[in-house]
Design a protein around this ligand. Structure first.
Ligand SMILES: [Zn+2]
Length: 270
């Protein structure tokens, strides 16, 4: 794959190159996982992170487009005003669109752990997938190579790897029911609840636990659908004791940390 010339400027270009070189170099020296290459495909769609915020989350998406190339074209189109930090193709190529220190435009409206402006608080990774088929093995393997390095660079915990649907209930449904969250959690790259015994059905407690884990406030049915999309996609029907047990376990083991306040709330927003 040819090395595309990044467009946004010297600083972004050097950051992109540094990330790519660091990834290849670290893999070769540390031998923690197979070497991998990050291919610059610079998008102009980014800005400075606001209020001194740094990434505390990694938001996973699917592209919902026919091919990775068409998704990349859209994510690099200044008219579209959308982007992500990375796009992973179905064959496992990792394309870097926006430097990690910049605010990519991938998350939109929503919140997690009571914090808004998720774009300023996150790294966004798009997985090339139409949304109606399983994720390719090579793509998952590439994601599993990329995630540990991002998590280490920004000190992001496993619970900080979330779905776009988690932070935008009802507005977004990606990466969807076919994404293998359990597999990521087995590798310490996200979280998965233990299979506990069902609890008594308690809608108020369910909502409280969901908020404690990080979900935004939303109507009960939407909250339930959002939780099940990620953790129990085959489940149907009203709230049950297994839903209550799952969210209780998630909230107890991985409560969302308090939202990091802006460094300078009076600073002008970019
Ligand atoms: Zn998305």
């Amino acid at each position: 794959m040819a090395m595309a010339l990044p467009a946004p400027g010297i600083r972004a270009r050097s950051s992109l190159r540094a990330v790519a070189e660091a990834a290849v170099c670290e893999a070769a020296v540390g031998d923690k996982h197979p070497p991998y290459a990050i291919i610059p495909r610079a998008s102009p769609n980014h800005g400075p992170r606001r209020d001194g915020l740094t990434p505390r989350l990694i938001v996973l998406h699917y592209t919902a487009m026919a091919t990775a190339d068409s998704a990349c074209a859209r994510l690099c189109d200044p008219v579209a005003e959308v982007s992500a930090h990375y796009l992973i193709t179905e064959s496992g190529a990792i394309w870097a669109l926006v430097s990690e220190d910049r605010r990519a435009w991938h998350a939109g409206a929503g919140s997690w752990g009571g914090a808004e402006d998720i774009n300023s608080r996150s790294i966004g990774i798009e997985l090339a997938n139409r949304g109606d088929h399983p994720f390719a093995a090579a793509q998952m393997a590439a994601l599993e190579r990329l995630l540990p390095d991002i998590m280490a660079r920004w000190d992001i915990p496993s619970a900080g790897v979330i779905a776009h649907s988690d932070m935008a209930p009802g507005r977004k449904s990606d990466p969807g029911a076919r994404f293998d969250w359990r597999r990521l959690a087995r590798g310490g790259l996200s979280v998965w609840p233990q299979a506990p015994a069902p609890l008594a059905v308690d809608p108020a407690r369910f909502a409280t636990d969901a908020r404690r884990f990080g979900y935004p406030d939303c109507p009960p049915d939407l909250l339930l659908a959002t939780l099940r999309l990620r953790f129990r996609p085959q489940a149907t029907g009203p709230l049950d004791g297994t839903d209550c047990a799952l969210i209780a376990d998630l909230a107890a083991r991985w409560p969302a940390p308090p939202a990091i306040p802006p460094v300078d709330p009076a600073a002008p927003q970019a």
